[in-house]
Design a binder for this molecule. Structure first.
Ligand SMILES: [Zn+2]
Ligand SMILES: [Zn+2]
Length: 348
């Protein structure tokens, strides 16, 4: 089979590899679509700590595939079933795992991170992943490119749940209108947010935010965020702020434009070499703000995301701007870096 194999920074090679076969507890998926994530770009640049020098591995963790082989001892799944796979599994017995937060497990494994992943024609799903319920069936009615967005969407759900979900009276500010920001807009609207305001620098991304249903755009290139929020909320500030941009200024601004009792999620991390930001902690204190962070998603989050997509409540196809065959992965990765695109999926 053909597979896109990491050999080092900026060295992804399309190679022939032997077809995987299913051992006990495993299954084999024929890949249908696989999303390219920011994590994959970090891997490509050689900046992922689970890809130290000398690693030879297939990346890709946003998985949609059809079951072609079922190993011994696997129950509840049959050849032909369409599935997505929650990428992370945990040790299964630490405090984080037993409370359903397997994304926080210190000894996690993950498809495309610690094990060969989805940028290939076939994918072996490891036994612990299946044993922990990571294989999630999805109807073939669901658009396959949109289905590859279930995992990043699960991360978005986790971010919004960290601030107690969105209530009907909430005015929401989404900072950054990349693919994750767009999914934050879609999910905030689905939950019935009173108003969704979006701040962003790039005109193309503002247009995408508008198409996703934003009520008010703040173009940071020519508008002051604090003034715009003041005018929009009658001076009250916003109730929920989702910071979907790796921005020091964004984090500081979030504290400033939050209203009393405001809830904030730092969804995007800051660059590793500059992880500190200057925040007005008096504003956190006097406004009684809730400031949260989330990273990745648990298997439970993936099941929730899949249920929403399966029920037709949200069409994530709109988040995908381009599809490429595996053979054109180099172009796909280059385009994924260009901030004018939304999500890109490979179709092995
Ligand atoms: Zn991802
Ligand atoms: Zn664990």
């Amino acid at each position: 089979m053909r597979a896109l194999v990491y050999h080092g920074a900026h060295d992804l090679r399309l190679e022939d590899r032997p077809l995987p076969t299913a051992g006990a507890g495993e299954i084999i998926l024929r890949m249908v679509t696989a999303g390219i994530c920011g994590t994959d770009l970090r891997i490509w640049h050689g900046g992922h700590r689970k890809y130290p020098d000398g690693t030879v591995r297939v990346p890709g963790h946003e998985v949609v595939g059809d079951v072609v082989e079922v190993g011994a001892d696997v129950v509840g799944v049959a050849v032909g079933d369409r599935c997505i796979v929650a990428p992370n599994w945990g040790c299964g017995h630490c405090r984080q795992c037993i409370t359903g937060n397997n994304n926080r497990c210190a000894n996690y494994g993950a498809i495309g991170i610690t094990h060969d992943g989805a940028f290939a024609e076939y994918l072996r799903v490891p036994a612990p992943s299946i044993a922990q319920g990571n294989l999630i069936p999805l109807s073939k009615q669901v658009d396959a490119a949109g289905a590859a967005m279930v995992e990043p969407f699960a991360c978005v759900i986790r971010g919004q749940e960290a601030v107690g979900g969105i209530q009907p009276q909430d005015t929401v500010l989404v900072m950054g209108a990349g693919p994750i920001g767009i999914m934050h807009i879609l999910y905030a609207r689905l939950q019935g947010a009173r108003r969704v305001i979006v701040s962003e620098m790039l005109p193309a991304r503002l247009e995408q935010a508008w198409a996703a249903g934003a009520d008010r755009l703040v173009n940071l290139a020519d508008e002051d965020l604090a003034q715009a929020i003041h005018a929009e909320t009658g001076g009250e500030g916003v109730d929920v702020i989702l910071v979907a941009a790796p921005s020091h200024q964004g984090q500081a601004d979030a504290i400033q434009v939050a209203g009393i009792g405001g809830r904030i999620n730092f969804f995007g991390g800051l660059p590793k070499d500059r992880p500190t930001a200057t925040l007005d902690t008096n504003a956190i204190h006097y406004k009684e703000l809730l400031v949260t962070g989330t990273t990745a998603c648990s298997t439970a989050d993936c099941w929730k995301a899949a249920a929403i997509v399966q029920a037709g409540r949200l069409d994530l196809r709109a988040v995908v701007s381009h599809q490429f065959p595996l053979a054109e992965a180099a172009q796909a990765f280059a385009l994924a870096e260009d901030r004018s695109s939304l999500k890109i999926v490979l179709t092995p």
